[in-house]
Design a protein around this ligand. Structure first.
Ligand SMILES: [Zn+2]
Ligand SMILES: [Zn+2]
Length: 648
């Protein structure tokens, strides 16, 4: 008598039959012993499960390893249980909130009473985790009734878990146990604790239970874990580097920006050096935009509520906007959350024919969002920020060429700033949910195809994500990896079928009929604040010469040469270089160290010989001496270096 069998389909489409009740682990083993060793969990018909669970009907499966995002999540989630077990063994009576995996690692929110953990204690917890992992006990799943689950945590005195159980439906509750530790959890987990070879508790933070500031503040312990020691070491090294490069720290040290509690959190003040950096960025983009047929516009920081009622920004997005400034009639103004409505009114200022299109209106426009003060940080989460915004009004036929040009511009920007590692994501509509979207289905099809072609013709490959488009149009995002391997969403290009309709925009076509133009929002930097924050961390404050707030500092070897140093600076400044003189009465060694610390690209040392020859002794930041050059030759060298990157 043969056993009943099931058909299992693999990601490559191949199928294989297994006895009914086969476990994920057996399937991995049947494929290869190596995969069996590396397997962490299994995806069955889109659902991630423990390898030890049996499969009772035909299914599509994928074995998850460390190389899969979901595999890492399972690994890290299991590590959170291990950390909880370690905590309970060191601090009996500790209570547990939730312990999910995150993008890098995991956390657990715990109630330790009044105890404050020291750095030494975090290391002790890490050591205990490693010890417990060494016992290599399985994570065992069990389905429990609601009353059993409630009794368990009532006996334990954990009111947080009781609250969670209270919200669950009877029959859907599972426990996972490893060794002496039991947790309420849906799973899944890695097969046993031995998989978690290298765990490390990283840091602490306060976190309100259920994110509610009226409830108790718990201690959030962040941790990370890896299957290999080299991976942990590399991660910790990158973390150290990230701390060194933190833009808030470098922003302070390099005197780029400041936060004043009187002005307000999330409202950065650009210091002179930061302002020069920012102006260099804007000038670079402005010049590119002129070459590409953009027209500059300038619009006010506020607008009438009526404008935002028409655009749909008011009252719907109220919570993220600052409250409006109401007048006695209940009408009033609002700080602008977006530049688009103002630009639309500029488009509407004239009647347009197809011959005028495309019209590209560009503005470095500052917008305001009322972020919670707990959420603002440095330059990357702010309440007022300046977008390198532009709106392109064009015909449907022009969409492809406009996208190509915006892609070309974005690539130019990324290249000039040495962001070489990026991917492109195309967000498309979900055709199943047609009613949700503004614009006709055929319009969407044509636009999506046009963008797809634009991407391909620019030599890029976009990752397409269905259902990720906004209701008003498909969009293209540039996701950029920085020098530390972190991914940021920077440039964005977004089609819009909604606002042209809401504002009743039109142009007269070749057929003499009125048509609705397509609108494209685009911002290669995104916002200047966020972009500069990311850039500082990407280059560690070592800005390329074309961008550096100070390109060269002249260092006289003694006070006798200060007049010559000033003369050199004057000559270079007259050639549009950004140059300072260090005229402090310090040793030359001290001045060099100081300039290196300030990350100035070039140091120009001057003494007797240089003064006689009208030259400078050139030193490059981080690279040492570069030889002696005449002042003119040095100026020319910088000019060439700049032109190579950003053009004439
Ligand atoms: Zn769990
Ligand atoms: Zn816009």
């Amino acid at each position: 008598m043969s056993e009943p069998s099931i058909q299992v389909t693999f990601p490559d489409g191949s199928t294989r039959s297994f006895p009914e009740g086969v476990r994920g682990f057996d399937i991995a083993h049947a494929i290869s012993p190596r995969l069996a060793r590396e397997a962490l969990a299994i995806e069955v018909d889109g659902q991630v499960r423990d390898l030890s669970r049996s499969i009772s009907s035909d299914a599509t499966v994928r074995i998850l390893t460390w190389d899969d995002k979901d595999g890492k999540s399972v690994f890290w989630h299991s590590s959170a249980h291990l950390m909880a077990e370690a905590l309970e063994s060191i601090y009996p009576g500790v209570k547990f909130g939730i312990g999910p995996p995150i993008e890098n690692g995991f956390y657990y929110d715990v109630d330790l009473g009044d105890r404050q953990l020291s750095a030494q204690e975090l290391d002790d917890i890490s050591a205990r985790m490693q010890e417990l992992a060494g016992r290599d006990v399985p994570y065992e799943r069990s389905e429990v009734g609601k009353s059993v689950a409630t009794d368990y945590f009532r006996d334990k005195g954990d009111e947080y878990k009781l609250e969670l159980i209270d919200e669950l439906e009877d029959g859907s509750i599972t426990f996972y146990r490893q060794g002496d530790f039991t947790d309420l959890c849906r799973g899944p987990h890695v097969p046993s604790t031995g998989y978690i070879k290298y765990p490390k508790v990283l840091s602490l933070a306060g976190a309100y239970w259920r994110g509610d500031e009226k409830r108790k503040q718990l201690t959030r312990l962040y941790g990370i874990s890896f299957p290999k020691k080299s991976q942990l070491d590399e991660y910790l090294e990158r973390l150290e580097m990230a701390k060194e490069r933190d833009h808030r720290k470098l922003g302070r040290e390099l005197k780029l920006f400041a936060i004043s509690s009187r002005v307000g959190a999330g409202l950065p003040l650009w210091l002179p050096k930061g302002a020069v950096l920012r102006e260099n960025l804007t000038n670079f983009l402005k010049r590119e935009q002129v070459l590409r047929g953009y027209q500059p516009v300038i619009t006010p920081h506020i607008g009438r509520l009526d404008l935002y009622r028409t655009s749909g920004h008011y009252p719907y997005y109220e919570s993220s906007n600052f409250p409006p400034m109401l007048d006695e009639n209940g009408d009033g103004f609002m700080l602008k959350p977006m530049n688009c409505p103002h630009h639309i009114e500029i488009y509407k200022n004239d009647a347009h024919s197809y011959r005028d299109l495309p019209i590209r209106l560009a503005e470095f426009g500052t917008v305001y969002r009322n972020e919670q003060s707990g959420e603002v940080s440095g330059l990357t989460r702010v309440r007022g920020f300046t977008q390198d915004d532009a709106h392109i009004f064009c015909t449907e036929e022009q969409v492809k060429d406009e996208f190509k040009d915006v892609i070309d511009l974005t690539l130019h920007v990324l290249q000039a700033l040495d962001f070489t590692n990026f991917r492109v994501q195309l967000s498309l509509r979900d055709p199943e949910d047609a009613a949700k979207y503004a614009g006709e289905a055929e319009q969407w099809d044509r636009a999506e195809q046009a963008i797809r072609e634009a991407v391909a013709e620019m030599g890029l490959a976009a990752e397409e994500v269905r259902g990720e488009a906004a209701f008003y149009g498909p969009k293209l995002d540039f996701m950029v990896k920085d020098a530390l391997g972190r991914e940021w969403q920077l440039g964005t290009v977004q089609l819009d079928y909604n606002l042209p309709q809401r504002f009743d925009l039109s142009y007269v076509g070749e057929d003499n009929e009125k048509h609705v133009p397509v609108m494209i929002h685009r911002a290669p930097f995104g916002s200047l604040e966020r972009f500069v924050g990311v850039l500082i961390e990407h280059c560690g404050g070592n800005f390329p010469v074309w961008l550096a707030p100070v390109q060269a500092v002249v260092l006289p070897i003694s006070d006798d040469y200060i007049p010559y140093a000033r003369d050199v600076a004057k000559q270079l400044i007259s050639k549009q270089l950004r140059v300072e003189v260090d005229d402090r009465s310090e040793t030359i060694g001290y001045k060099i160290r100081s300039a290196e610390k300030d990350k100035v690209p070039y140091m120009l040392i001057v003494g007797q010989k240089e003064r006689e020859a009208g030259s400078v002794s050139v030193r490059r930041h981080g690279a040492g001496e570069q030889g002696v050059l005449s002042v003119d030759a040095f100026a020319e060298q910088i000019r060439v270096e700049v032109v190579q990157v950003i053009g004439n």
